[in-house]
Design a protein around this ligand. Structure first.
Ligand SMILES: NC(=O)c1ccc[n+]([C@@H]2O[C@H](COP(=O)([O-])OP(=O)(O)OC[C@H]3O[C@@H](n4cnc5c(N)ncnc54)[C@H](O)[C@@H]3O)[C@@H](O)[C@H]2O)c1
Length: 352
């Protein structure tokens, strides 16, 4: 198969993981990298042997040689760059979240449909080995009808600062940043049911806890403790048309004993824990069984997850597969996320 000529837009932290996956993949050729910060783009270009750098993504998109792009920029630019890219005839892998508002989500979807290009949303957890293994059990009917899921990512001290805590550029705090991953993974494993109603709460009680000493946490490159207008904690109950429900809570700051990540789904024939470790729960001969798959990685394997996601994207660019993470799923996820924020603001349930 002919190599796909790829450019990266946004040369910050996550671009590194995209770059590593493209470099390892024989189906990809990295031809350009773009960032508002020229030095950052140049530094990545020299590290990965990329021949061209740009600071204006529009100049990059005008190059007919480029077939596909990875969007690794701030959330407020995802819709604008996605639309411009598909209109310029490029395939797009857009980091999560798809965008910030429903208006943007529908505009991206319309542009993708009109262009016939591939747009894959970066729901990378779908490509984790633990999820792919579990999906085989679900597709074989081993869990039966999945009617409940529960997911948490609770960080006691984990507001990355910089653009992440600037609502204008991020669209929100832990809900849109990390909540999107776990809501998506439950929704995907539940068979992508239509959302019926959402009831959510957000809290801004603790701020970014930048006063805490002697405990390190991930900080954005442009960390600024003064700037923070996003929620510390969000929770929600999401009901689906098929009667299933999902309970979720996520935080950047919380008086919690330790950080925790947990994703669980429950069906009428079996259940499963996806995080922190894959476990499949069943019943046989009147005995409950907790089954622990004997595999290399029971938790989300970051590098492999991104490798799988990018391999799938490249195959979709070549028409070998239909992406399992299409723009429509990005739109559905935005529906849930924006409804949680709206419900929290109004103090009442949002019905669809
Ligand atoms: N899938 C995951 O697990 C995962 C993890 C982290 C981040 N992300 C997503 O990746 C995206 C980037 O996050 P990050 O952690 O790399 O942030 P970052 O701040 O480290 O990097 C973002 C880069 O984008 C550049 N940029 C912003 N607007 C631009 C524009 N219009 N044109 C060119 N460059 C532009 C910035 O200068 C910066 O270098 C976000 O959407 C985030 O949600 C996904």
């Amino acid at each position: 198969m002919q190599k796909v000529k790829v450019a990266i837009i946004g040369a910050g932290s996550i671009s590194e993981v995209h770059l590593n996956a493209y470099v390892k993949n024989p189906l990809a050729e990295l031809v350009a990298i773009c960032d508002l910060n020229e030095d950052r783009a140049k530094e990545k270009a020299s590290k990965y042997g990329i021949p061209r750098t740009e600071t204006d993504y529009r100049v990059l998109l005008a190059d007919p040689e480029i077939e596909a792009i990875s969007i690794c920029t701030w959330n407020n630019t995802h819709a604008e760059i996605s639309i411009a890219a598909v209109q310029a005839g490029k395939h797009v892998l857009c980091e999560k979240p798809l965008c910030q508002t429903m208006e943007q989500a529908y505009a991206v979807q319309d542009a993708v449909k009109a262009s016939g290009q591939v747009l894959q949303v970066g729901f990378v957890r779908r490509f984790g080995t633990n999820v792919q293994i579990l999906n085989k059990f679900i597709e074989a009917g081993d869990l039966g009808e999945i009617y409940y899921a529960k997911a948490s990512i609770l960080r006691r001290l984990g507001n990355p600062g910089g653009w992440f805590s600037d609502k204008k550029r991020s669209g929100g705090g832990p809900l849109i940043d990390i909540g999107v991953h776990i809501i998506d993974i439950c929704w995907y494993l539940m068979g992508r049911p239509k959302v019926k109603s959402v009831s959510g709460n957000t809290y801004t009680k603790l701020g970014n806890r930048s006063n805490i000493q002697n405990l390190s946490f991930y900080k954005a490159a442009d960390y600024d403790a003064e700037k923070n207008d996003v929620e510390d904690l969000a929770n929600a109950l999401i009901r689906f048309e098929n009667g299933a429900s999902l309970f979720v809570d996520v935080s950047f700051a919380l008086h919690s004993k330790k950080d925790e990540t947990s994703v669980k789904i429950f069906g009428d024939k079996g259940g499963a824990e996806v995080e922190p470790e894959l476990n499949i729960i069943s019943e046989k001969h009147n005995t409950i069984l907790n089954m622990s798959p004997q595999v290399n990685a029971l938790t989300f394997d970051f590098e492999q997850g991104f490798y799988n996601e990018i391999e799938h994207f490249l195959l979709a660019c070549r028409g070998e597969v239909q992406t399992i993470s299409p723009v429509e799923d990005g739109v559905e996820m935005m529906k849930i996320l924006t409804a949680i924020y709206e419900s929290a603001e109004k103090g009442s349930e949002i019905q669809f």
